[in-house]
Design a protein around this ligand. Sequence first.
Ligand code: ATP
Length: 365
Amino acid sequence: MAEIIIKDVRKQFDDFVAVRESSFTVDDGDFFMLLGPSGCGKTTTLRMIAGLELPTSGQIFLDGEEISQRPPSQRDIAFVFQMFALYPHMNVRKNISYPLVSQGMRRADVRKKVSEVAGILGIEDLLDQPVGGLSGGDRQRVALGRAIVREPKAFMMDEPLGALDAEFREHMSLELRALHDRMGATTVYVTHDQLEAMQMGDKIVVMNNAVVEQFGTPREIYDMPASLFVADFIGSPSMNFLDFDGAVEAGSSVASLGGVEAAIPEMRESASGKLVLGVRPEHLRLSDSGTLRGEVLATEYLGTTQILTIQTPQGELKARVASDQVVQIGEVTGLDIESHTVTLFERDSGRALRSALNEGVLSRG
Ligand code: ATP
């Protein structure tokens, strides 16, 4: 069991900054996701926690003890790679036993531990098989078994399901999450897949360009994005952004969008200049007397819902509505915004403005 604290951690490779002053806390027992686009610094962050890279500055704590400069062998953290390399000449039992045998554990104890771990993973019947003929999922289970058997304080997983096809990946992600719930071991998991992060994580750190953009629960990240980047990266289709030049006042619940007055959550700070109103597709409602009006350009049927593309004078919007609503391409419709769900951003900095919606989350930093 382990709590991991990352404090102002920076990693530089010569002049290149891969991770810039990052801070977040992984609570004991969390399934914790590091999410962001390729090259944003996720793997480097994970490798620093495991000790495979040392931070240029900043501190890492494991259960209250500083481990920033310790070698991996003194951290009690297991690393599960995407390209899990099993020993091809050994059978499943020997692959899983290996870390214990190399620690010098007694044979009988090794056998017992390996049986326990195989039971947790549901691979008891594979123990005496060679690893060569195993399916991708079983190979992944053996790799996990080899990590679990050591009973480390925490697991670091770098896109462990990345090599699997989509259907199997979903199955394995559920299995991994269930395994975590049974074992309760702190896990930090790198992914660039926002859906995977939302489905599996207790908490998510969203990184971009070497910087932590936001850190919170999936619900906080989705409903209360701290930046335009997070708002755009999470959700499919992504949030609608309406640009306007204007001003909003602390205490006010109205924004003027190019002549249209839109209700917004009560603001907790004032701002002026280039602003952006962000609204998720499912928070737009078709209505005869809508705040916005526009022409339906396209409809995309998704079963229970449909996605409408609507051209308004304020920009092109996506609305997610029930699929039984009858909508014709070319029709002009009104749109209401569910005002309490709206986030306002500063265009230039990308920062979300504080309002009654997100104040608690943003003030936590
Ligand atoms: P991906 O999913 O593509 O691996 P990532 O978010 O995990 O992306 P990192 O692997 O952490 O990104 O890499 C962040 C940046 O640091 C990249 O531009 C990468 O090229 C650079 N980088 C990583 N390791 C080194 C290294 N040893 N030397 C120089 N640059 C490095």
